[in-house]
Design a binder for this molecule. Structure first.
Ligand SMILES: Nc1ncnc2c1ncn2[C@@H]1O[C@H](COP(=O)(O)OP(=O)(O)OP(=O)(O)O)[C@@H](O)[C@H]1O
Length: 295
């Protein structure tokens, strides 16, 4: 059964810094969901609270109605893999020991799948955790996170240090394993274009506040580009939310957010090329300061 993650009015204050600001969010659809935000936006703080590792200043995070903080019953359903790795690896001398610990701590642990992932990443059980390179340690952490098969799995920039082929191998394994074992997976990443294809829903936070939560498909449909004769493009874009514009001689290209469907039809009739914007571009504009309304 896919769990329901419910976050209500979550606020985390560190001295002068408000890391999370009255954040409310529900995740209940099985899927790989993206948690996106700029540096310092509060992603790690939010994931730590969801995993029951930190008590928030105020508000609650609950899984299937159970508060997660210091709640063993709730936290056995959750696995968090952080940039720094996984605790079962940190506490172990060898990968064999890390697997034994994971088997004790993780009720859904799949030892055969863990071994297959080791082969995928060219790791071996005899290896000593402390002597692994940063990228290899990240591969081990992702192996532990995937094979834990926790109903709620959190990957907080877990890929850091991995080279591109290893990252893509991880994304493929994640998607394949999710299809075979649907559950709630939340992934934070700054490599948005690499991971966007995996996402079912996207959550964007900025300065600890929720900016957006919607399906990846809907978000993709919200950003369009128009390319054509400058005067026609300008006329079409008048009054729309303009994200960026670029001119090349008589040709102009604009990126628009939340344009009405009628505008797309008008553009096609006028011979203007209509495209969709990559999620990364939409993210940059929603969390940057560059958006304005076309005159
Ligand atoms: N233990 C702490 N003590 C004081 N301030 C903290 C602590 N942890 C986080 N912060 C602050 O809270 C804010 C949110 O930090 P957080 O690590 O959650 O952001 P993030 O979105 O994960 O960032 P990044 O993408 O750079 O990893 C930042 O301003 C950070 O400096």
């Amino acid at each position: 059964m896919t769990p329901t993650l419910s976050i209500r009015g979550l606020t985390q204050i560190f001295g002068e810094t408000t890391a999370l600001d009255d954040l409310t969010l529900t995740l209940e659809t099985p899927g790989i969901h993206g948690l996106l935000g700029r540096n310092g936006s509060g992603k790690t703080t939010l994931m730590s609270i969801i995993a029951g590792l930190r008590r928030p200043t105020s508000g609650t995070a609950s899984l299937n109605g159970m508060s997660v903080y210091e709640n063993y019953q709730a936290t056995t359903e959750i696995c968090i893999i952080r940039e720094s790795g996984d605790t079962t690896a940190e506490w172990s001398e060898t990968i064999t020991e890390a697997f034994a610990l994971a088997s004790d701590m993780r009720p859904y642990w799949d030892p055969d799948y863990a071994k297959r992932l080791l082969d995928l990443f060219e790791l071996s059980e005899k290896m000593k955790v402390a002597s692994l390179s940063r990228g290899k340690r990240a591969q081990l952490a992702c192996t532990l996170g995937l094979a834990a098969r926790a109903p709620l799995t959190l990957f907080d920039e877990a890929y850091l240090g991995m080279d591109p082929p290893s990252r893509y191998a991880f994304y493929d394994a994640l998607l394949e394993d999710f299809m075979a074992n649907p559950r709630l997976i939340v992934l934070s990443s700054h490599h948005i274009e690499e991971v966007a294809r995996l996402f079912e829903e996207i959550v964007i936070i900025d300065s600890g506040r929720l900016v957006l939560h919607e399906t990846a498909d809907r978000l993709r449909g919200r950003g369009i580009s128009l390319t054509g004769a400058a005067t026609t493009v300008d006329a079409l874009a008048t009054g729309a939310r303009l994200l960026s514009e670029k001119s090349l001689g008589p040709t102009k290209s604009v990126a628009l957010y939340d344009a009405p469907q009628s505008l797309v039809a008008d553009a096609r009739r006028a011979g203007v090329e209509v495209g969709t914007l990559p999620i990364q571009d939409i993210f940059v504009h929603l969390t940057g300061k560059s958006e304005r309304t076309a005159p």
